[in-house]
Design a protein around this ligand. Structure first.
Ligand SMILES: O=C(O)CCC(=O)C(=O)O
Ligand SMILES: [Fe+2]
Length: 276
């Protein structure tokens, strides 16, 4: 007997996603629609949507094991950059955010090093997950990245590593947490700090120079949490990690076009090579 599509999706995904709590395999049901609506509301109200326990503990443990097993393949990057990932502008006043430099240091294990059957690959490569993310973001079409290195990777933040305040070049990001550090390593963001209409340089300056905390939100990310955020408009950071336990997560990359790839410069920076 042929199984109905929802059940087929269930069998593939049940070890990768807590489907009782998060029924992404069944989005056309009342329960599925209500779930997508809740995510949409969270994203609209808070600029981020966080789903704790999305990946079950066994799969999370497996991801931590895989990360340690592949640690020798990780590419270390440690660099300064502006919050816009553009060349610092030397024509503006020194206090202008366009001239401000932040530091980002992390270790990235590229997609092509991840064996096919690791949980995050099976999750990322599932059309059900892509459809769920498209539904939450209200996109008619959404594609997984075509980049052989960056589409989904594993990132380790060791003691002292961090991501300085920045706006992502892509519109939104999806992250999946496997292991938190003992302290530090917090994901903090400022929802809607800029918009397509308003760069709000003065508001950005206050966060960078004055350390203004008003409007900054800490996104709790216990292991297993899947989080969405509008990284292009919400400035965000990962605070410096302290302690021996690395912070380990993945960023799942999507775009509105099927041919999305890093340019060679960025690929060289984050993975130490290009995919061509
Ligand atoms: O590691 C995180 O929680 C955020 C990652 C991020 O902001 C980025 O890769 O641009
Ligand atoms: Fe980011």
């Amino acid at each position: 007997m042929t199984k109905p599509p929802a059940e087929a999706g269930y069998a593939d995904l049940v070890h990768l996603i807590d489907l009782e709590r998060y029924p992404i395999h069944d989005l056309d049901s009342d329960r599925g629609r209500a779930f997508v609506e809740q995510c949409r509301q969270q994203l609209a109200e808070h600029g981020a949507c966080s789903l704790p326990g999305f990946m079950p503990a066994d799969a999370v443990t497996e991801m931590v094991r895989v990360a340690y097993a592949l640690v020798s393949k990780a590419w270390r990057s440690d660099q300064t950059h502006t919050v816009y990932f553009e060349e610092p502008d030397d024509t503006v006043a020194p206090a202008d955010p366009r001239a401000f430099l932040v530091r980002s240091a992390k270790n990235g294990i590229a997609y092509d090093y991840l064996p096919e059957n690791v949980p995050v690959r099976r999750l990322y490569e599932s059309d059900d997950l892509t459809s769920f993310i498209a539904a939450v973001l209200g996109k008619k079409a959404l594609y997984r990245s075509a980049d052989p290195l960056d589409a989904v990777q594993i990132t380790l933040f060791q003691t002292g590593d961090e991501l300085g305040w920045h706006f992502d070049r892509s519109e939104f990001s999806v992250t999946l947490m496997y292991q938190e550090s003992e302290s530090g390593g917090a994901f903090r963001y400022h929802p809607g700090l800029r918009s397509p209409e308003d760069e709000n340089y003065e508001g950005v300056r206050r966060v960078l120079w004055d350390g203004e905390e008003e409007g900054v939100v800490d996104l709790p990310s216990a292991p297993g949490t899947l989080a969405f955020f509008h990284g292009r408009y919400a400035m965000h950071q990962v605070t410096p990690v302290t302690g021996e336990t690395p912070r380990i997560n993945s960023v799942l990359t999507y775009g509105e076009r099927p041919d999305m790839r890093l340019n060679d410069l960025t690929s060289q920076l984050f993975y130490g090579r290009t995919s061509n």
